[in-house]
Design a protein around this ligand. Structure first.
Ligand code: CA
Length: 329
């Protein structure tokens, strides 16, 4: 009897290592808020402070864009190059490629850790891309790995008793392949190591590259919840997408197509057609400081969430989206 008990305890200890506490189905009937690059409207994108803030604001998912370093570490950063959010040009001027860019893949993780991270800026002028956000090159921010961020979120899940999901995006797999690296294989390995294996593990994996996402499902046999990101002309591809993915991540201009003669926003069929195929729709990117033709952030959220009926939004301002959804409950 004791032998069985000890064996059981050993098994449960080894299985629970790195595993998220609870299992949660991706929620179908709830509007979800995905913190786009963290609470990036308030703090430099993809820094751990920006993730902590988004977590505290109550986002359902925190997003990670991932790119490989020279020594195969998955780095959480939006671009495959560094000069738009770091001081790389000052620290490693010799590492510039002919096109004037500094590629993450040319740096070891140890070198990347030496860089200071800033609010996004235009490297030609040094000016902030979003002038009213956190000031460029102030305070102290660093790059980190996907593992470090997963440990950060899983640690918060333990200390708060919540179960907040991760939402990694594999960046430019074709570029990585050209550089001799299979980024998807490494991402899947890390996710698996940290207990993200099936649709119940509160992880959504996203990618723009359709061939790659198909490969992740069919060749790597991933059982994760997969989202196909799209920019244009998604409708005709929906049936194909439904064969390997669980959802789509369209640009919101694919869903809201200008105004009609009476000044009412026109909604395309994309969300309805996706829902018919049982595809979840998480649209991007909702920014309170980049409204286009909308009069207010609330108007944009109202049209996307309740007129077009998207299931979730990627937003730089998770607090505002959460507040809006709560008011509409
Ligand atoms: Ca992304």
């Amino acid at each position: 009897m004791y032998r069985f008990l000890i064996l059981f305890l050993m098994l449960s200890v080894s299985c629970s290592e790195h595993q998220p506490e609870q299992k949660v189905e991706i929620q179908k009937n709830k509007k979800v808020v995905i913190a786009h690059r963290g609470a990036s409207g308030y703090l430099p994108e993809h820094t751990l402070p920006a993730k902590a803030m988004a977590y505290a604001m109550g986002a359902d998912y925190l997003e990670q864009d991932v790119v490989l370093s020279k020594d195969d570490v998955l780095v959480v950063i939006h671009d495959i190059h560094l000069e738009t959010v770091t001081d790389v040009a000052k620290k490693f001027p010799m590492k510039k490629r002919k096109d004037g860019k500094y590629y993450v893949i040319d740096f070891t993780f140890e070198e990347l850790k030496q860089l200071n991270v800033s609010e996004r800026f235009d490297p030609a002028t040094g000016k902030a891309v979003f002038p009213n956000r956190f000031p460029v090159f102030t305070s102290a921010f660093k790059l980190h790995s996907l593992q470090e961020e997963i440990e950060f979120i899983q640690g918060l899940n333990i200390s708060t008793g919540k179960n907040i999901g991760i939402y990694p995006e594999i960046k430019d797999p074709a570029f990585h392949r050209k550089e001799g690296k299979d980024i998807s294989k490494i991402v899947l390995k890390v996710l698996n190591d940290y207990g993200y294996k099936t649709k119940k593990d509160n992880c959504i994996l996203q990618c723009f590259d359709a061939k790659e996402l198909k490969r992740i499902r069919n060749e790597y046999k991933s059982e994760l919840f997969l989202v196909q990101l799209t920019e244009f002309k998604t409708d005709e591809k929906l049936e194909e997408i439904a064969t390997y993915a669980d959802g789509i991540g369209p640009w919101y201009y694919q869903i809201i197509d200008g105004k009609d003669k009476n000044g009412k926003w026109k909604i395309t069929n994309l969300v309805a057609n996706a829902h018919k195929l049982n595809l979840t729709v998480h649209a991007y990117t909702f920014r309170a400081d980049q409204l286009g033709d909308f009069n207010s952030f609330e108007e944009l959220l109202q049209v996307a969430l309740y007129e077009a009926n998207v299931d979730g939004v990627f937003t730089d301002f998770p607090d505002k989206a959460i507040g809006f959804i709560d008011k509409n409950k």
